[in-house]
Design a protein. Structure first.
Length: 329
């Protein structure tokens, strides 16, 4: 779910509104909460209707955001969007069908495709199924529209494309698949299993612990060179993120190794490693540039990209100033 970047203080907007003497659903004048020069007007009754389909974003600025998104996507260049994100363009052409598909997917993902489990979850929240689907629809429509605007706002400069290239094909296009037998300076079971969520900043290690680990790694390296498979010695593949976990110097050393040779012990910031490179794959940027550009446009929006699109639409419409003025009343 996308989070708002607008200050939480705007949650006071409704409370700051003048009290009404009559029920907002009854006939009579409807209080205008915000009226922008660009023609975007929101009344109190519209806002109260929005509250029934918004959870975690039931602020006036969120309704303004939805209205700005709806207006912005009506004028998008669908031909350009079709080049950058064909599925997004198709979804905007038939948003009702796309929303139904996304709602079903969300329910299946969150509740294992079990309709009874989903209905029990909805009941526990005190909502009807129709209300829950409306809430999901509000969130997913916002996600669809904001993603389309982010994709159209992206500038495929060489720096961005090179970054995407290295994410997909490795630094400088070199992807190394290797296995290692790791001997930590201290006992860290999570690291030995390649636990990706482990803290990447280990504490300092004394010389005695470092020497003891080195002696064990030397013995393992000798056995590996004599023909014992690393797997039999407790080795395992270097998992995704190993370059960040073990440090740049270790990464450079592994990238320089020949295929199938036993190397080590190699030092990292966490311990010693006996390493065997199983495969080296080198990809030239020019050979895959079109693929990289497609991947760049297809990558999920970052929080920074979403924030920039939101801030631009709010500023261009005058909504930023209008909401700030309303908050001061």
């Amino acid at each position: 779910m996308f989070r708002s970047s607008v200050p939480v203080a705007l949650a006071l907007v409704l409370a700051a509104s003048p009290p009404r003497a009559q029920d907002p659903t009854a006939p009579g004048p409807d209080l205008v909460l915000i009226d922008l020069d660009a023609g975007l007007r929101i009344t109190e009754s519209e806002y109260r209707a929005f509250l029934r389909t918004a959870v975690g974003g039931a602020r006036l600025d969120e309704l303004v955001w939805d209205r700005l998104l709806a207006r912005a996507v009506r004028s998008v260049d669908l031909a350009l969007l079709a080049q950058r994100g064909p599925a997004l363009a198709e979804a905007l052409r038939a948003p009702e069908l796309e929303l139904e598909r996304r709602i079903r997917t969300r329910i299946a993902t969150d509740h294992g495709g079990d309709g009874d489990r989903w209905r029990a979850h909805v009941a526990s929240l005190g909502r009807t199924e129709a209300e829950e689907r409306a809430i999901l629809g509000t969130e997913l429509l916002r996600e669809l529209r904001s993603t389309a605007l982010v994709v159209l706002a992206r500038d495929p400069d060489e720096l961005a494309l090179r970054r995407t290239f290295e994410q997909r094909f490795g630094r400088d296009g070199l992807r190394v698949a290797a296995e290692h037998r790791f001997v930590p300076y201290r006992v860290e079971p999570e690291v030995e299993r390649g636990h990706e969520g482990h803290d990447h900043s280990p504490e300092p290690v004394d010389d005695a612990a470092r020497a003891a680990a080195r002696a064990k790694a030397d013995e393992l390296a000798t056995r590996a060179r004599a023909g014992t498979a690393l797997e039999a010695l407790g080795g395992e593949p270097l998992r995704e993120g190993w370059d960040q976990l073990y440090g740049a110097d270790f990464e450079d050393a592994v990238r320089a190794l020949a295929v199938d040779s036993i190397a080590g012990p190699l030092a990292s910031r966490r311990g010693w490693h006996v390493v065997r490179v199983r495969q080296r794959t080198l990809t030239r940027y020019d050979d895959v540039r079109d693929e990289v550009e497609r991947a760049y446009f297809a990558s999920p929006p970052t929080l920074g990209e979403l924030r920039r699109v939101r801030e631009r639409l709010f500023a261009e419409s005058g909504a930023t100033q209008a909401l700030a003025e309303r908050l001061r009343r």
